[in-house]
Design a protein around this ligand. Structure first.
Ligand SMILES: [Zn+2]
Length: 354
């Protein structure tokens, strides 16, 4: 493994950010190239913990000559967001400079596929340079994984509908509990920007997307960071690399999807928003199956007062995928995501949330 520390220029004199890039060369040109990053939302750490265990596994494999495809790993994909602390609170999802979500607005490629990479003369925010660089690292690879997590949630994947069910092997290796299949987007998340380029390249050579993989991998919730889960996730990622011929050796992770696996189009996701602001009392948790009319949560608006609680009930049967981690909420903020049996909207234009 070779490690490079790249520099992302800041906006003011004396400010720069370091992007650590690990590379495994791979011994066969024909084997798939892989790119994996974690903590693009800088406050999401399960992916970083998984890579902490995956990197030594790959080093061992490399020492034994088992790494066939080149692998690039960026364990801290967002040094800008990692440095954003305000009065002791870390703010890792949105840029303090532009208020843009760090996983939105990735640059549009030019006709020749160039990502408008920054040059010495360009004037833009550091996060634009960072996003361009991350795409430049990912673009040559048919397998790209972006490791995130939710507030509190199951382990689930976002997958382009065009790559399903072929990508079910990733869900099986990771022991994922659900997948959301998307078919359109408009806000240029990393996954969407990478897939757009994959599709354009495939179109130029006949349109065959087999062997391609791009996923936003949601490794449960923000607090689900511990050695057991991180090791299991690393083994799952390693097993997937074996399944795709990037690393040789038989995968020891399960080749089959879990029996209770729930893979549905993203339009089946019911974004349950808070009807009132207040203190949340949840009555269900991620993983629960709910029925129509079931009480999901109460929001205490006026404590101890008759009618001082807003009740939230399920509008259709489904699986609780995520819920808000903090127990104070504003009216209109998202309370939970439920994967319903049926489509609840015709389609989402872009991401489910800001
Ligand atoms: Zn995220």
């Amino acid at each position: 493994m070779k490690t490079e520390i790249e520099t992302i220029r800041g906006e003011t004199p004396g400010v720069t950010y370091e992007l650590i890039v690990h590379r495994f060369a791979g011994s066969e040109d024909a084997a798939p190239h892989v790119y994996i990053q974690a903590a693009l939302h800088a406050d999401e750490r399960p992916g970083v913990a998984a890579l902490h265990y995956l990197i030594p596994m790959l080093q061992d494999a490399e020492a034994q000559g088992h790494v066939k495809g080149s692998i690039t790993i960026v364990p801290h994909a967002n040094p800008i967001g990692a440095a954003q602390h305000l009065f002791s609170n870390h703010l890792g999802r949105f840029s303090g400079a532009t208020r843009v979500n760090f996983n939105r607005d990735f640059p549009v490629p030019e006709a020749d596929g160039n990502r408008r990479l920054d040059d010495a003369g360009s004037a833009s925010f550091a996060e634009k340079r960072l996003k361009s660089r991350l795409l430049e690292l990912a673009d040559p690879c048919p397998i790209v994984l972006d490791l995130h997590c939710d507030d509190e949630g199951l382990q689930y994947l976002y997958v382009p509908e065009d790559l399903w069910p072929e990508m079910a092997v990733l869900a099986a290796c990771l022991d994922a509990e659900a997948a959301l299949l998307w078919d359109q987007g408009s806000d240029r998340a990393f996954e969407e920007a990478v897939f757009e380029q994959m599709r354009a390249k495939a179109k130029a050579s006949g349109g065959d997307l087999s062997g391609h993989c791009i996923s936003t991998v949601e490794l449960r919730g923000q607090l689900d960071v511990d050695p057991g889960r991180a090791r299991k996730d690393a083994e799952g990622l390693f097993g997937f690399l074996q399944a795709r011929g990037v690393v040789t050796g038989a995968s020891t992770t399960a080749p089959e999807l879990r029996q209770d696996f729930c893979g549905k189009p993203i339009r089946n996701v019911d974004m349950v928003d808070a009807p009132a602001g207040g203190t949340i009392l949840f009555h269900v948790a991620p993983g629960d199956r709910v029925k129509v009319g079931q009480l999901l949560a109460e929001i205490i608006v006026s404590p101890g007062v008759e009618d001082g609680v807003a009740k939230v009930q399920a509008t259709q049967a489904g699986l609780v995928l995520t819920r808000r981690a903090r127990r104070f909420i504003r009216m209109g903020d998202n309370l939970m995501k439920i994967i319903g049996e049926n489509a609840v909207v015709e389609g989402y234009q872009g991401a489910l949330e800001d």
